[in-house]
Design a protein around this ligand. Sequence first.
Ligand code: ZN
Length: 310
Amino acid sequence: MNWITKKLFHLSQKIRTVIKKRPTSEEIENSDWISCCKGPVLKKELEENLWVCSSCNKHHRVSCRSRFDIVFGKNNYEILKTPIPKIDPLNWKDAKSYKERLKDAKKKTGMDCGIMIVKTKIDNINITAAASDFNYIGGSIGQAEGEAILTGIQHAIDNQQPFVIFTSGGGMRMFESLIALSQMTRTTIAINELKKNNLPYLVCITDPTAGGITASFAMLGDIAFAEPGALVAFAGKRVIQATVKEELPIDFQKSEYVEKCGFVDLIVQRKDLNNKIYSILSILLKKNSAINLTANETSEDSRTLTKAAS
Ligand SMILES: [Zn+2]
């Protein structure tokens, strides 16, 4: 062994030790700690602050149930059942089969698909709401998720309620190929039906919202909120940089940057989401409770108003 091979041998040993020392994603998931700006933070402490870091204001990703608990109040919602198609059209397999990925995602999140639909209310406004879990195969959209969104919109139309969605995910699910891509069209058509019924459609963009999600239902809201610091993108920053051959700003594709370009109407802190959604909906539904305190309408009155407007 000459000196070069000796050096290489020691270097590879060092690399192996470093790699071995890194915890697996499962270990990170099961740990009581999560990493943020100042190092490890207790998950319990972060949860008490709505999963927002008190030092840097990072809005950490949350599960659908936590999202609904935060925005609508603990357990102040009913989860609606959505159809779960049994498909694996391409019989996809890479390092793992698609079927196995679905099984793991279900175990990890306790959900049957990546989107959860609920019926809920804020004060006197009945709402149908949807949220996506990034832990379910990166929040990607396949047929089951498309069906869930359609079920939610149908429920909103049947009950003459506004539809609110909290987006998060990398885009359309490649394991389902064209079937996943077609969910962009299906959800867009469904949202148009919602609009034909004069029902408000609010979008709250959370970190990260990208790809086909940004290219369809995430950008069609009557009002689009975003949480601070959320990634909002279609293609990735590196791809764009390589295409346009220009240095892009550091905050490129962050919600604050996207707001300046007009893609997002308002950046809303997580703790303020309930109030903001209520204010906007009360105006859009002409409930006026946010702007006219004399309003004493029941939800039935508002439905009449909405129907009259349509
Ligand atoms: Zn932090």
